[in-house]
Design a protein around this ligand. Sequence first.
Ligand SMILES: C[S@@+](CC[C@H](N)C(=O)[O-])C[C@H]1O[C@@H](n2cnc3c(N)ncnc32)[C@H](O)[C@@H]1O
Length: 376
Amino acid sequence: MDVMQVLHMNEGNGETSYAKNSMVQKKIMSIGKPIIEEAVLDFYCTNSPERFGIADLGCSSGPNTLLLVSEIMDTVCRKCCQMGCPPPEFLVFLNDLPLNDYNTLFRSLPAFYNTLKEDKGSGVGPCFVAGVPGSFYGRLFPRKSLHFVHSSSSLHWLSQVPPGLDSKTCPPLNKGKLFISKTSPPGVLSAYALQFQQDFTSFLNSRSEEIVPGGRMVLSFMGRRTTDPSTEKNCHQWEFLAQALQNMVIEGIVEEEKLDRFNAPYYAPSGEEIKAAIEREGSFMVDRLDILEVEWDGGSCNNQARNGMLIDHNLNGAHRVVKTIRAVVESMLANHFGREIMDELFRRYSHIVTDYMSTNRTTYDNVIVSMTRKSY
Ligand SMILES: C[S@@+](CC[C@H](N)C(=O)[O-])C[C@H]1O[C@@H](n2cnc3c(N)ncnc32)[C@H](O)[C@@H]1O
């Protein structure tokens, strides 16, 4: 699979779009907000640049896209006001893969500029927004042009399916599965771990060139608390999709070989794997690393409501979870299995998720790591 040519969130503003189905990612952003604020304020203790370069990596399109950029600008302007200095000019770079829905994103910019003017008036410096299509696993920006880099819900996507899994080995290494699972042989686990290490190192290497000494980076993405990547919690969504596809293989709707040949370019690392990679690469100092739990449906299902309402909550929650996952993974699955089976696949997946959510508490682990570019 050529990830650059295949991966994109569902475009537009329609029912199945990412824009309409990204509540859990919004929740993840709101959890990370205080950590971002802390990093910006800390940066301003020792720096006050005339021009402040911000990059949002894996920005997608929709209501989440400019949310944290606005927060970062807000925090900078408040701090400048406190210090009695003029706010900087903001250069905002919105990055994603080339197939991202930049049209919808650019159409939302006039409203963003208007809100800035109305809400902040002259309290905010001039702001210049640019789209930067390309992979964040390589260089995207000029040397020392960024003061703050942020990325949310994106770095769990690998640059490629780990080699060996994507090749036409016979028999297939990860038969009947889409990702690491309890039945995957150890070679599958190590191939994924190695791909993450290589990708994350390339990411850090590229950012180390682009971020000014003392500049900050806050990254938030799917992770895990356990050292074992094959725990149920880490694999549920891929496991459920695989179950739905296995049923379709049995009924002759999907070819068995097609299922055996698909592996997701995804990995949720442990805190230790992340720290080890940052230390080994050497350009950044970890200021803090937190692993936080987020409900599958973005936290709107209130598990304390232990009455008849709970069933409704869970049903609605499952419906939202399925739409969220579909908005994210459909481009990849449709490319491999064919667009024509997507409705049926997600109908079956929906039954499995609804059934599971009716009796289980369902959360993801999300890592937030805040770091500083070393000055040497
Ligand atoms: C789930 S969306 C997150 C969007 C937004 N940050 C949010 O939190 O709502 C993940 C985004 O990461 C992008 N992405 C994945 N791999 C990427 C890469 N190598 N370079 C740039 N963007 C990438 C995807 O295209 C997608 O738009």
